[in-house]
Design a protein around this ligand. Structure first.
Ligand SMILES: CC(C)(COP(=O)(O)OP(=O)(O)OC[C@H]1O[C@@H](n2cnc3c(N)ncnc32)[C@H](O)[C@@H]1OP(=O)(O)O)[C@@H](O)C(=O)NCCC(=O)NCCSC(=O)C[C@H](O)C(=O)O
Ligand SMILES: [Mg+2]
Length: 286
C-alpha cells in the first residue's frame, strides 16, 4: 500500500471488539481506519477483540483504506500480545498510544518487521515537548493527536475554540511537517453535532493537519469535505502554475494571478494542492 500519496481526510476509529462495525467499515468512505484495541475496548474484552480484529484483517475487504492498528501501550499487560497477534495480520501500520519519547518507539520497532511503519499517539504533555524528536524517528510515519488524553493530563477546559490546546496542536503539526510525515487531528466527541464537527475540521485544516480522527460513520462526510481541496483552490492552483510557467518562458521569475504574486514557492504549494486533489479522486474511484 502506498501510504505517502494517500489522502488522510477521514481517519475512523473502530473498536476491535465490534464485529458489526468492523464489517461496516468495508463500505464506509473513510480514507483510513484505526482498528482500536486500546481505549475503545474494555479490559475484559481485550483478548477476544485482538483475535476478532486479526480475523477481520486477514479476511480483508477494506480496499484502498489505510489500515492502522492501535495496540495497547507496551507497558500494559496487553501490549506485547497485541504485537504478537497483529504484526503480520495485514495492517499497513501500527499505532502506539501514550508515547512520551523516541525510546518508546524504539521498543516497538524492535518487535516489528523492519518495513512496518509506526504511527504515534501524541497525547501526553511530555510527547508534545518531545514532538520534534518523536516525529524525526526513522520508523515514524504519522502523528495522531489524542485530544481527550491531552485535556485530561493538562487539566484544561474542553472549549469549542480549543484555545487551551493550541500550543500542542501547532507543535504537533510543526513536528510532522519538519519530518515530512502525516499529522492527524484529534476526535470531536459530540458525534451527532455536524455543525460543531465542521467547525473543528475547518480549524484543524487551517492549522495544517492532513485530516481528522473520527469516532462515528456520520462524521466521515464532513471531514472528507473539509480536508479536500475546494474547486476554487484547484482552479487557482492550475492558473498559478500556468501563469508561472508562462512568466518563466518569457524570462521573468514572478507571475501575478488575481492581484497576488506567484513565485516558485507558491507553485510548490499549488502542485501540492493538485496532488491532493488527484489522491482524493483516486480514492473516490474505489
Ligand atoms: C460512539 C459509539 C459508541 C456510538 O455507537 P452506536 O450507538 O452503536 O451508534 P449508531 O447506532 O449510530 O451506529 C450506526 C451504525 O454505525 C456503526 N458504527 C458506529 N460506530 C462505528 C465506527 N466507529 N466504525 C464503524 N461503524 C460504526 C454501528 O455498528 C451501526 O451499524 P449498523 O448496525 O450496521 O447500522 C460508536 O460509534 C463507537 O464505538 N465509536 C468508536 C469509539 C472509539 O473508537 N473510541 C476510541 C477512540 S477515541 C480516542 O481514544 C482518541 C484518543 O486516544 C484521545 O485521547 O483523544
Ligand atoms: Mg487517548
Amino acid at each position: 500500500m502506498d501510504m505517502t500519496n494517500h489522502p488522510y481526510r477521514s481517519v475512523l476509529y473502530i473498536p476491535g471488539s465490534k464485529e458489526r462495525a468492523l464489517d461496516k467499515a468495508r463500505s464506509l468512505p473513510a480514507d483510513a481506519i484505526i482498528f482500536d484495541l486500546e481505549d475503545a475496548v474494555a479490559p475484559d474484552a481485550k483478548a477476544e477483540a485482538r483475535e476478532t480484529l486479526a480475523a477481520s484483517l486477514r479476511e480483508g475487504g477494506y480496499g484502498k483504506r489505510i489500515k492502522i492498528v492501535r495496540i495497547n501501550a507496551l507497558t500494559t499487560e496487553w501490549g506485547l500480545e497485541d504485537v504478537r497477534v497483529l504484526r503480520d495480520a495485514g495492517a499497513d501500520a501500527i499505532l502506539l498510544p501514550k508515547v512520551n519519547s523516541p525510546s518508546d518507539v524504539d521498543a516497538l520497532a524492535d518487535l516489528l518487521p523492519p518495513t512496518m511503519p509506526i504511527w504515534v499517539m501524541m497525547e501526553t504533555p511530555v510527547s508534545v515537548f518531545n514532538a520534534r524528536e518523536i516525529a524525526a524517528h526513522g520508523r515514524v510515519a504519522g502523528l495522531v493527536t489524542g485530544t481527550n488524553d491531552l485535556i485530561k493530563d493538562l487539566g484544561c477546559r474542553s472549549r469549542a475554540d480549543r484555545m487551551p490546546l493550541m500550543t500542542a496542536l501547532q507543535t504537533i503539526v510543526m513536528a510532522a511537517r519538519a519530518a515530512r510525515i502525516v499529522a492527524i487531528d484529534g476526535v470531536y466527541n459530540r458525534f451527532r453535532d455536524g455543525d460543531g464537527l465542521k467547525a473543528e475540521c475547518e480549524q484543524g485544516r487551517d492549522l495544517g493537519f492532513d485530516g481528522k480522527t473520527l469516532i462515528h460513520p456520520a462524521q466521515i462526510e464532513g471531514a472528507n469535505q473539509a480536508f479536500a481541496p475546494t474547486s476554487s483552490e484547484i482552479d487557482l492552483a492550475e492558473r498559478q502554475i500556468k501563469a508561472y510557467e508562462d512568466s518563466m518562458a518569457s524570462g521573468q521569475g514572478i507571475a501575478v494571478v488575481d492581484g497576488q504574486i506567484v513565485e516558485n514557492l507558491h507553485v510548490v504549494a499549488a502542485q501540492r494542492i493538485l496532488a491532493k486533489a488527484r489522491a482524493v479522486a483516486e480514492m473516490a474511484e474505489g
